[in-house]
Ligand binder design. Structure first.
Ligand SMILES: NC(=O)c1ccc[n+]([C@@H]2O[C@H](COP(=O)([O-])OP(=O)(O)OC[C@H]3O[C@@H](n4cnc5c(N)ncnc54)[C@H](O)[C@@H]3O)[C@@H](O)[C@H]2O)c1
Length: 393
């Protein structure tokens, strides 16, 4: 298999996780990096043994030895570099969201198809062990038909832990475009395409002050909605409530639950930055047979059957933010190239996710139902033997 040579644009907070992981795979080699300014790129190149450092993203894209651009810039720069890379004949794997607007995303997907290039997009957390376990349960039919569900990203923003959090409150981010992709992609990979959306949105404040860290005291303008409630109706008929909020100090809501005709599957974490944005963690099940009222003794004693932890035999089960297998979506895309198949973390699914997010805001602002025009094929489950690393390194 031809080794794919990667040029990385954007070398901030998340880049070390990617760069460490990509070193584990012989199918890829990171040969160049850049952000804004040569010095920072040179430091990152030395840190990770990357042969070339450039002063700008444009120079990485212009490098004839680079086959694939990994775009780890902030959301506001995703479209610009994704477009330029595709125009230059490079494959692209980008952090989420695919672009700031649906129109931009559509242009990228069309261009990649026209040029026969691969376009993949984070998040790849849906390939992690927990969501693959839930996928297997749903596909087995044991949950029956999924009638409904709830997905709740609830927290109080990233200024408490991110070194440069301003971008989270600008269009292209906010709780919907920053954290929503994890939740929406999880739902899309489990349930398939969305056919209708309605929503309401608001924000608690017009500015926020960074409480700690290198940006402490910085006042951030809030130019996005920071509390969004949506209802998504899937082609399957499933109806899911989605909340994405940076305005909540604490909550007892689970992170995700799906209600099947034969049982409920649950991701029960309460910590804000956990849930479908992690690769691992438990998935819990309670079946119709375990329903308290199905057993007179239990119902009389007001005792619920404990939730069952669903056995998980899938790879990629990290629950760490600092060390996790981010990038397996890119590796899968490189394998897909060699195997002439579609990548799992595909541009098509990312475009649908982007359109769904835009629909949510359109519905909220215009007080209408919104129907996405795109669709996508649900990605195949990740094979159990997908390598966690390749041995030569
Ligand atoms: N930080 C995380 O925990 C995390 C986790 C998952 C995904 N992400 C996603 O990864 C992406 C990057 O996030 P981050 O936290 O690393 O951000 P960051 O601000 O720490 O780093 C962004 C990098 O992009 C560079 N950059 C920005 N605009 C640029 C431009 N126009 N040209 C060249 N370089 C440019 C910056 O110089 C910096 O090196 C975002 O899309 C974010 O949603 C971040």
């Amino acid at each position: 298999m031809k080794k794919i040579r990667i040029g990385v644009i954007g070398i901030g907070d998340i880049s070390d996780v990617y760069l460490n992981n990509l070193k584990k795979y012989d199918a890829v080699e990171v040969i160049a990096c850049a952000s804004r300014g040569l010095e920072k790129a040179q430091r990152k190149a030395v840190q990770h043994g990357i042969p070339k450092a450039y002063a700008s993203g444009a120079e990485v894209i212009a490098d004839p030895e680079v086959d694939l651009i990994l775009n780890l810039t902030t959301p506001q720069a995703h479209y610009e570099y994704n477009l330029a890379a595709l125009k230059a004949g490079k494959h692209v794997y980008t952090e989420k969201p695919l672009a700031m607007t649906y129109a931009q995303g559509k242009e990228l997907v069309a261009l990649a198809k026209e040029k026969g290039l691969l376009l993949g997009c984070a998040p790849d957390t849906f390939l992690g062990g927990r969501l693959q376990t839930i996928r297997e349960l749903i596909d087995s039919g044991k949950l029956g038909h999924i009638t409904g569900g709830g997905a709740y990203f609830i927290g109080h923003g990233h200024e408490f832990h991110h070194p440069a959090p301003a971008f989270f409150y600008q269009p292209g981010a906010g709780p919907l475009y920053d954290m929503g992709p994890y939740y929406i992609t999880a739902l899309l990979s489990l349930l398939g395409p969305v056919q209708r959306v309605c929503a309401m949105a608001t924000k608690a404040a017009d500015t926020r002050t960074v409480p700690s860290g290198p940006s402490k005291g910085q006042v951030l303008p809030v130019d996005v909605d920071t509390h969004i409630n949506a209802i998504l109706e899937f082609d399957s008929g499933t109806i899911v409530t989605l909340t994405c909020s940076f305005d909540v100090w604490d909550s007892e809501m689970p992170r995700m639950e799906l209600y099947g005709t034969e049982g409920t599957v649950l991701i029960d974490e309460k910590a804000p930055i956990s849930g479908p944005n992690l690769f691992g963690g438990d998935a819990l099940l309670r079946t119709s047979a375990e329903y308290r009222w199905a057993d007179p003794a239990r119902s009389a004693a007001h005792v619920n059957t404990p939730w069952t932890v669903i056995p998980n035999h899938h790879p990629f089960n990290s629950i760490s933010h600092a060390e996790n297998p981010r990038g397996i979506g890119l590796v899968d895309m490189v394998y897909a190239l060699a195997q002439h198949r579609k990548p799992r973390a595909s541009g098509d699914m990312a475009l649908h996710s982007l359109e769904v997010m835009e629909c949510i805001l359109k519905s909220a602002h215009e007080h209408i139902f919104c129907e996405p025009e795109t669709t996508f094929e649900r990605p195949a489950p990740l094979p159990l033997d997908f390598p966690a690393s390749e041995t030569a390194h």
